[in-house]
Design a protein around this ligand. Structure first.
Ligand SMILES: Nc1ncnc2c1ncn2[C@@H]1O[C@H](COP(=O)(O)OP(=O)(O)O)[C@@H](O)[C@H]1O
Ligand SMILES: [Mg+2]
Length: 258
């Protein structure tokens, strides 16, 4: 028992990833403890989305490895993608993207129950009951029968989060989930993520919203040029950065906001 408590939830070692001649990840080492909420900030094109996609097994890596609760589930050694992803682990991680990814021909409830029924063979009635409870919790109880096209951007993202939670993930990844939203819809989505944080859901969040970053992070990582430039508590990285590159970035982002 004590052993598993001290194990890192995620351990990334020496991750390298290129797209053709472009080196995107140049040796990333990140260890995440259970219960941590890591906010990743950094300039556009710095490899933040690639990092999250690699963790989900959506992109192949060139070298390095990632383990989850002590099990290596992604490595560059395996020859093809099928063997390099442990699907059990992969299902323990939920991800929500910047752009809406709901199935347009399915209503909200059908979107939520699809994976649990198909992947886990969960009885439909049971999955629907869980889905309805989640929708209620996220203020979407009245939208169960609505189709994605009938929802606002904020509602769609809340449904996407609920859908990811249906597989009981042990880790949630959020990649700029409010970036495509009208400003007045941002807080309803952030509120749902803050609700999950209050329940100690481990998460890794890429965001440009510094208010949100400050409020949700237990730790902030500044990533630029494919490496971790600075990694520490939010008071340090956002409030009093030690690295010049972090300082420049924070000054710029806060300046734009004002
Ligand atoms: N599928 C891809 N094919 C080729 N280049 C890509 C692909 N995805 C991302 N890139 C490039 O990799 C770099 C990092 O991108 P990304 O991880 O999206 O950065 P961020 O999320 O920090 O903005 C960028 O230069 C981007 O153009
Ligand atoms: Mg990105």
């Amino acid at each position: 028992m004590t052993m598993s408590l001290s194990l890192p939830l995620v351990k990334m070692q020496k991750l390298h990833k290129s797209y053709g001649p472009i080196q995107v990840l140049k040796g990333i080492d990140i260890e995440m403890k259970p219960g941590e909420r890591v906010v990743v900030i950094g300039p556009s094109g710095g490899g933040k989305s690639t990092l999250l996609r690699v963790m989900m097994g959506l992109e192949k890596i060139d070298s390095g490895s990632i383990s989850f609760e002590g099990n290596s589930y992604i490595s560059s050694e395996a020859a093809d993608r099928k063997t390099l992803i442990d699907t059990e682990v992969r299902r323990s991680i939920g991800m929500v993207f910047q752009h809406y990814t709901l199935f347009p021909h399915l209503n909200v409830l059908q979107n939520l129950v699809l994976a649990p029924c198909k992947v886990r063979g969960e009885p439909k009635a049971k999955a629907e009951a869980r889905a309805e409870a989640l929708l209620d919790r996220f203020g979407l109880g009245a939208k169960a029968k609505a189709y994605p096209a009938q929802l606002s951007g904020g509602q769609k993202q809340r449904v996407a989060i609920a859908r990811a939670l249906m597989l009981d993930p042990k880790l949630m990844l959020f990649d700029e989930v409010t970036s495509a939203l009208d400003p007045e819809l941002v807080s309803e989505v952030e509120h749902v993520i803050l609700q999950l944080a209050a329940q100690n859901m481990p998460m890794m969040i890429v965001t440009h919203d510094m208010w949100f970053a400050k409020n949700i992070a237990s730790r902030v990582i500044f990533c630029a040029g494919g490496v971790v430039v600075e990694d520490g508590p939010p008071e340090q990285v956002l409030g009093a950065p030690r690295e010049e590159r972090t300082k420049e970035f924070i000054d710029r982002v806060f300046h734009i906001k004002q």
